[in-house]
Design a protein around this ligand. Structure first.
Ligand code: NAD
Length: 453
């Protein structure tokens, strides 16, 4: 079916008001939950074919994530949808003021390939919970997962409510010409700009979930052993193809040698070897070559080997690296960890605050002054102190970037708000109103107005 035709059907269906009904929303969220549970093996198989992601990793970073999301909304839709009562000021008496969460209409969700299920379906779940119709455009870079999601959605949901439209740049460009009520995009900053420009043509609001170079800082006041273990996990999970993975490491010179050794030991302990079930492969040849070119063999502290046929790149630590090196210019999005050392924490913080605002940032330190400075002096989307990546697993925290790493946020109630319009309603009584705002004006009325306002 033509996409214009689907959108027309969705607009017509949206106007029937059926999606406003909370029972209707819950019924389809339950249905999506059942579909995910019943089709786990299809989902595991597809993602394994796309980039060798294991059942374990897929379970913890994709499937359970989505099931938790659905459960959250099933439990909270009624509360989130309730009109919020707010105070009414003196000038508007006698009256009542409320904010209604209005569904926006037809939503376009454009997904990225690196967590294909989570990044495509989590926004869809929030959009449906908020009472919208949706079109999903999964990433063509992960074709098997794209096909699996399209199959599940298009065989089980009415197209006038939810529809998956597969395709690459050509199809997305076509989609972007159409007028939606909201576009939710996950992907690179470069394509984010294309989406934003296209949306501006129709004044369509956007949420842009982009990337960036997310630093992890380890100071001399950190618990080094814990820091090393958590950084190795967060960096090499999904072979570094994680938007919130630590991109590079800033480590205090005094603990650098000791810390690098710990990182090396954990990489060995976690067994990220070629062919290992623990370790995902690089998504495609293009990315493989892009990453290989970033490895300066003279700076390899650990790793550095690769196998093109198997799209394997060994977890690699590069040290010492300088700010001018190639690897420090763009988001790495792969299993390479450049290391830069610093002597003065505040100078290091000032330096990274001059760069583009990253999606995430992480600090390992037990010093309160360092923690305060990290939060107050450095602008980034979100992050952790003494951990990496895990902040996005807490549905009570908004997830999103700032500046070059994006705009808007989602997860939990923030996802619901992202796909709702906050409609303000003031309801006035038809009695008890003083006549002072109405003409003819007089000095006396002005005196009263000044007093009241
Ligand atoms: P991408 O920008 O190449 O692609 C994302 C989507 O845009 C895909 O669906 C693709 O089909 C479409 N697209 C690609 N080129 C297009 C064009 N010229 N016109 C219109 N549409 C186009 O990103 P990717 O490679 O899938 O993902 C990697 C990037 O996404 C990284 O920068 C990463 O940090 C970021 N990312 C961010 C998040 C987040 O939640 N903030 C999550 C995952 C990935």
């Amino acid at each position: 079916m033509e996409i214009q035709e689907i959108l027309l059907q969705q607009r017509t269906f949206f106007k029937t008001q059926k999606t406003r009904n909370i029972k209707f929303r819950k019924m389809y969220l339950e249905k999506l939950k059942d579909l995910i549970l019943q089709n786990k093996s299809l989902l595991f198989e597809a993602i394994y074919k796309d980039f060798g992601k294991s059942e374990f990793d897929t379970t913890i970073t994709e499937i359970s994530f989505l099931l938790n999301d659905i459960d959250y909304y099933l439990k909270n839709i009624s509360r989130l949808s309730k009109p919020e009562k707010v105070r009414t000021n003196l000038a508007n008496q006698i009256g009542k003021s409320k904010i209604y969460s209005d569904p926006l209409g037809c939503i376009l969700v454009i997904g990225a390939w690196n967590y294909p299920y989570q990044l495509s379906l989590s926004p869809i779940i929030a959009a449906l919970a908020a009472g919208n119709c949706c079109i999903l455009k999964p990433s063509e870079i992960a074709p098997y997962t794209s096909q699996a999601m399209a199959q599940l959605i298009n065989e089980n949901f009415p197209p006038e409510y939810v529809y998956a439209y597969e395709g690459g740049i050509k199809e997305t460009t076509e989609l972007l010409k159409v007028r939606f009520d909201k576009i939710f995009f996950t992907g690179s900053t470069k394509v984010g700009k294309i989406v934003y420009k296209a949306a501006a043509e129709h004044l369509t609001p956007v949420t842009l979930e982009l990337g960036g170079k997310s630093p992890v800082i380890v100071t001399g006041n950190a618990n080094l052993e814990t820091a090393a273990k958590r950084i190795v996990w967060g960096k090499f999970l999904n072979a570094g193809q994680t938007c919130v993975a630590p991109d590079y490491l800033l480590v205090q010179e005094s603990v650098k040698e000791q810390f690098l050794e710990m990182l090396r030991n954990y990489i060995r302990e976690f067994r990220y070897e070629e062919g290992s079930e623990q370790y995902t492969r690089i998504i495609n040849q293009n990315n493989f070559h892009r990453l290989i070119q970033l490895i300066d063999q003279e700076k390899v502290y650990f790793g550095g080997s690769s196998n093109e046929e198997k799209l394997y790149i060994e977890p690699t630590i590069l040290s010492p690296v300088s700010w001018d090196d190639n690897i420090m210019q763009d988001e790495i999005f792969g299993p390479l960890l450049p290391v830069i050392s610093f002597n003065n924490f505040n100078i290091a913080l000032t330096h990274i605050n001059e760069l583009e605002k990253p999606l995430s940032a992480y600090l390992f330190s037990n010093d309160q002054e360092e923690k305060d400075a990290f939060i107050q002096k450095f602008s980034f989307g979100g992050g952790c102190i003494n951990d990496v990546v895990m902040h996005l697993g807490n549905e009570n925290l908004p997830f999103g970037g700032v500046g070059n790493s994006g705009m808007g946020s989602y997860h939990g109630k923030y996802g619901f708000e992202t796909f709702s319009h906050r409609k303000a309603i003031l309801e006035k009584a038809t009695w008890g109103e003083p006549h002072i705002k109405y003409p003819p004006y007089s000095e006396k009325k002005l005196k009263w107005i000044k007093k009241l306002l």
